[in-house]
Design a protein around this ligand. Structure first.
Ligand SMILES: Cc1cc2nc3c(=O)[nH]c(=O)nc-3n(C[C@H](O)[C@H](O)[C@H](O)COP(=O)(O)O)c2cc1C
Ligand SMILES: CCCCC(=O)C(=O)O
Length: 359
């Protein structure tokens, strides 16, 4: 990993190491992948307008997200199927996140059970912060069973993915005939718990029938904080606040659901304004540089999350690869804060960014 200086540097060696079909699954997005590209190009169009001579010293990155500690305002977004990337799969990712002292949002469609992810994180940190991404299942009995497993594993928030009334249409997967995990890999959190079907693993149920009523039912069955992931419209953010949701993740699922949806950072300011401080707002999609992190903070996000860069790090170097990717983002974020005249993430304000034509 010696020559890998930037987060972007990890993609080519990951592509080299992966089965091309699996590389396409990780890298790809919906339809023409216009939104995949927009997520990164939108950050490039935003210009920073730094402050000088403020004497803030070396930046301190530690922060809290929903009152929970994170060593930096950069979290690990939920991404499915880590076994395709590395034999240690989510175990390696969990150790790297815990060692980095930041939040891992474990995917419901992980290839390691949530109990084992939590145990692994605890091997390297006394009190790791683990959240669990949930696709609400219409079978609320099964949803509840999964939530109880997450609670028992010590998960500290649920991240409900709201942007997936159906699978995104990934033409790379269609061309490659990739529709199932290879033999021996399973979504361990979807195991049937009924005694009459031992070992059976369910298919995830993504449904257009889901509505705010399901969120209300989830709200009634757990005391865990609930974040809603995949919000782009300010009106939905306002409804989420009214419905007792605890946080919002502005996201277009890394461009993997609705193609030509706006870039997540384009959606951010209106969402932040709509919730008017009632809820913390996070963002994912296209974060590749410390400057991207600071731009999202400037528009009012309290933290960001990264998806593909973690997968590339995992592929290239297992736990150490993920650690390296997180270290790069940490160093770049600290350096950017310093150059902007900020001593902490909380000091980043909207006047530090100007949206406009490409530079
Ligand atoms: C390979 C892959 C798998 C993903 N799996 C999930 C998932 O299971 N649940 C979910 O809510 N989001 C999932 N996402 C979306 C991420 O949580 C996140 O929104 C996105 O990756 C952020 O964009 P980035 O990859 O540009 O950082 C996945 C993304 C990728 C790339
Ligand atoms: C069946 C859903 C796949 C996981 C996912 O959300 C993604 O690949 O983006």
């Amino acid at each position: 990993m010696d020559g890998l200086l930037t987060v972007a540097d990890f993609e080519a060696p990951a592509a080299e190491a992966l089965d091309p079909v699996h590389y396409d699954y990780f890298a790809g997005g919906a339809r023409d992948e216009i939104t995949v590209r927009a997520n990164t190009s939108a950050f490039a169009r935003i210009r920073l307008r730094p402050r000088v001579l403020r004497g803030r010293g070396t930046p301190r990155l530690a922060t809290t997200v929903l009152g929970q500690p994170a060593s930096m305002p950069v979290l690990l977004a939920p991404t499915a199927f880590h076994r395709l990337a590395h034999p240690e799969a989510e175990r390696a990712t969990a150790r790297a996140a815990a060692r980095a002292g930041t939040v891992l949002v474990a995917a419901m469609l992980s290839t390691v059970a949530i109990e084992d992810i939590a145990a692994e994180a605890r091997k390297v940190a006394a009190d790791p912060v683990l959240w669990f991404q949930l696709y609400l299942q219409r079978d609320m009995g099964f949803t509840e069973a999964v939530v109880r497993r997450a609670e028992a594993a010590g998960v500290r928030a649920l991240v409900v993915t709201a942007d997936s009334p159906a699978l995104g249409h990934h033409e790379r997967n269609d061309r490659n005939g990739f529709h199932d995990l290879p033999p021996g890999m399973r979504c361990e959190n979807l195991r049937e718990l009924r005694a009459d079907e031992p070992g059976h693993v369910r298919q995830v149920d993504l449904s257009p029938d889901l509505s705010w009523a399901h969120v209300a039912r989830l709200r009634a069955l757990t005391d865990l904080p609930i974040l809603l992931k995949g919000v782009l419209h300010p009106e939905d953010a306002r409804i989420a606040a009214d419905e007792g949701v605890d946080g919002i993740v502005v996201s277009n699922h890394g461009g993997r659901q609705l193609d030509t949806a706006l870039a997540s950072v384009e959606a951010l300011p209106a969402v932040v304004d709509a919730v008017a401080g009632r809820l913390p707002v996070l963002l994912d999609g296209g974060i590749r540089r410390g400057t991207d992190v600071v731009k999202a903070l400037a528009y009012g996000a309290c933290a960001v999350a990264v998806g593909r860069p973690v997968v590339w790090g995992l592929t290239v170097g297992g736990e150490d690869g993920v650690t390296r990717v997180l270290d790069i983002l940490r160093d770049e974020t600290a350096h950017t804060l310093m150059l902007c005249g900020c001593g902490t993430p909380a000091e980043v304000s909207r006047d530090l960014v100007l949206a406009g034509p490409p530079c």
